[in-house]
Design a protein around this ligand. Sequence first.
Ligand code: FAD
Length: 452
Amino acid sequence: MSLQHTDLAVETLRPGDDGYDAAARTFFATGDPALVLRPRDPDEVAAALTHAVRHDLAVSVRSGGHSPLGHSSNTGGMVIDLARLDDVEVLDPGRRLVRVGGGATWGRVAAALDPHGWGLTAGDTTSVGVGGLTLGGGVGWMVRRHGLAIDSLVGARVVTADGALLTTSQDEHPDLFWALRGGGGNFGVVVDFDFVAQPVTTVHFGSVAYQLDNPADLLHRWRDEMRVAPDELSTTLVLMPRMPGSTPSAKVLLCYASEPGTAVADIDATIEPLHELGTVTEASISERRYSEILEDAQHPQGLRMVARNTLVPTLDDTVIAAIDRLHNAPVPMAIAVRSLGGAFGRVSPDATAFAHRDAEAMIICGTVLPDTATDAEVERALVPWRDVAAHGTGTYINFQSSATADDIAAAYPPATYARLAAVKRAYDPDNRLALNHNIEPAPAEQAEGPAA
Ligand SMILES: Cc1cc2nc3c(=O)[nH]c(=O)nc-3n(C[C@H](O)[C@H](O)[C@H](O)COP(=O)(O)OP(=O)(O)OC[C@H]3O[C@@H](n4cnc5c(N)ncnc54)[C@H](O)[C@@H]3O)c2cc1C
């Protein structure tokens, strides 16, 4: 029997409807869902989830649609597209407290906060969603100054799989609030997030490009500079993929987010050493509004994106040597090394579900293969990566286009995982929200009851 789902009082697209094809697609994936729902408020989100449970439909939750695994579409199930829940509302100007809809994009948030002289450290891309990025952690241009996106989160309203709307914070359902900060989309549909924004108008932003004669030497010099850099400076060193016939190159992407009124000479003095790390081929750094540094991104059709990352406590010589070898791998890889520390590292590892606060750096590798590439071909291309990953003590789910048991174990150390599994048991015992880096509900005897 084919279900028509005609009892739904939520805007719905079905196969064949105008707009369905676009709604079935995400940044990296093309799905074939039975239904795409666009709820306008928490009641409609609850109606959508209740319907999915009643008809035993797989559920994808979509905010900006940039899941590295295409989790926000599916085949034969329901997509709950939160695009209509994209308001950015100031709740308390004195505290810079803002409520952001679970389907807003970071471009919209930056544009809405800019007139207030505020910003939120989050992703670097306008079209990335607040939902997915925040629930995974959220590494942005001011990570060393203000920590992860979740470190600015003070509350969230969540519709759980049974259709209940829960308000979460340090005081209300604190176990769920803890899990939402790094545990991904496992626990319910977040209809809105409450953040304390940061005072920021302009930042010094740009890049310095280098001829890449000696990757290990450049990595050492950059690491040493970042070890003494102030929290205001967040940088990423990118080794561009080695392509036949092109000169190897690298660049440091940087954002200096200072206190308003900091002397430009002081900022320049902090940035200047980055011009001395190697042979500079180009440099472009300017003072820009924070809302304008976020960029747009496209993913070419017909290619399979492969991304892996690892967090290393120390960027020592052996790690640097492994990165150097990876850069010479037969399949060209882009390698980005993000410097962490600062405010990111001052949060206790058990304060949120993102536990890897001791990391000095996050190493990310990315490549593209034809979209016909098999998993075995992906694994072959990644052999040189394993040598780097062996030095890591954690993984960030949002940059991991893989969700095996090993990936989940790398993302969540045993104590974190056990706590997440207990929260999952309490709020989604039947694992209705499973299209994600999935946490399985703990067996009943290990579960904690939901805290009021
Ligand atoms: C071009 C690009 C740039 C990026 N830049 C950054 C960056 O600078 N920093 C960074 O940290 N990450 C970055 N990422 C990674 C990004 O954080 C992840 O891809 C993230 O999953 C995207 O979130 P989304 O809402 O756009 O994706 P979606 O595909 O909509 O959501 C991803 C998953 O999150 C869950 N989810 C989303 N919204 C909700 C909600 N409201 N309630 C419950 N569950 C929800 C669902 O499980 C969903 O499958 C980038 C990714 C891309 C493709």
